[in-house]
Each structure stands twice: as C-alpha cells, then as structure tokens.
Design a protein around this ligand. Structure first.
Ligand SMILES: [Fe+2]
Length: 187
C-alpha cells in the first residue's frame, strides 16, 4: 500500500472546477495558509512582548489583528478542503513553508515592533494581491474573492501600523510647515 501523500492528494468532489485548476489553487492556498499562521503567531509575539509608553494600546491592537488572522487561517484552510485538497496547517509546516522571515527576538519598544510587523504585513499583502490575480486568471472567482476580502483588510491594517511611523509635519515659530529632520517614514 502506497504512503498517503497529502500535498498531492486530491479528494474526488462534484465541484465543477477542473482537477488541474484545483491542484494549482490548493498549492497556492497552502502557501497562504503557512504565511497566515506564521503572521498570526508573529503578531501574538508582538502582543506579548511589546514595551514602552504605548504598551497598552499596542498590546490591544496587536491582539485584535492576531484575532483577524486566526479567522483567515480558518477561511483559507477550509477553502482548501472545499476544493478537495488537504490543508497543511501545523505549526511546523507553517514555519518551514512560510514566505515571511522569522520575527526578530531582540526588539522591545513599540516602534520596533510596529516596523517589524509593517514589513511583514507588506510582504503578506503583496502575496495576497498576486494570489487575487492568479486565482482570477484560473477562473476561480470564489477563491479570488476570498483573497480580496483578506487583502482589503490587510492593507487597512498596514495603514494602522504605518500611521504610528508617519511623523506629522510640525509648524515652526515662523508659521512655516516643515517635515521633521528625523523622519520615521518607511523607505
Ligand atoms: Fe493576550
């Protein structure tokens, strides 16, 4: 008896999407599942370890965002199984398949955590936007819509994170508005 190979195994289904198309979409969704699980745990890491004067509001914000990512984990995994695929959703698989870099363990203050998360949300958002296009080209409007739903909120969360880094312009004594010398705006 041959060994079960979950990554390549497709269950028979009456869904009217060709097997070859389902196979490509399931592979993409499993990449997303790994990245989403990874980003959720990284956001929790920030929730637990952030320090500084903005501790409480960042602690709360990171928890809200992690909760949203947990919902996306379930949405993505269940789209995989809906298409007849096998969801690869353990922590070990996520760690080895994620497109994201490991979270820095040597950071403490809020701005450092926000920057680390903003970098990762931008990478994740780029992956989602590419997946919207890929699944649309493959003719699976439902998976494309799922990606669009996630992408829209991830872009919004990136705004929430980056708003902490986008220093406002300051009015000087002469009434002239200038940008602060030390800009914290991301490159
Ligand atoms: Fe908590």
């Amino acid at each position: 008896m041959s060994k079960h190979q979950p990554e390549s195994h497709l269950y028979p289904t009456r869904i009217d999407i060709p097997l070859e198309v389902r196979s490509q979409i399931i592979s993409l969704l499993n990449q997303t599942l790994a990245a989403t699980l990874d980003l959720k745990t990284q956001t929790k890491q920030a929730h637990w370890n952030v320090k500084g004067t903005d501790f409480y509001q960042l602690h709360e914000l990171f928890d809200v965002i992690a909760g949203e990512l947990e919902e996306y984990v379930d949405l993505v995994a269940e789209r995989i199984t809906t298409l007849g695929g096998y969801a690869l959703g353990t922590a070990r698989i996520a760690a080895s398949n994620s497109i994201l870099p490991e979270y820095p363990l040597d950071i403490l203050d809020g701005k450092e955590h926000i920057t680390a998360l903003a970098d990762r949300f931008a990478s994740y958002g780029k992956h989602l936007r590419a997946a919207i296009a890929t699944t649309s080209e493959l003719g699976d409007a439902d998976t494309s819509d799922l990606y669009t739903e996630i992408s829209r909120n991830i872009d919004k969360r990136l705004w929430f994170l980056e708003a902490h880094l986008q220093a406002p312009k300051v009015k000087e004594g002469n009434g002239v508005t200038t940008t602060p010398q030390k800009s914290a705006v991301l490159k």
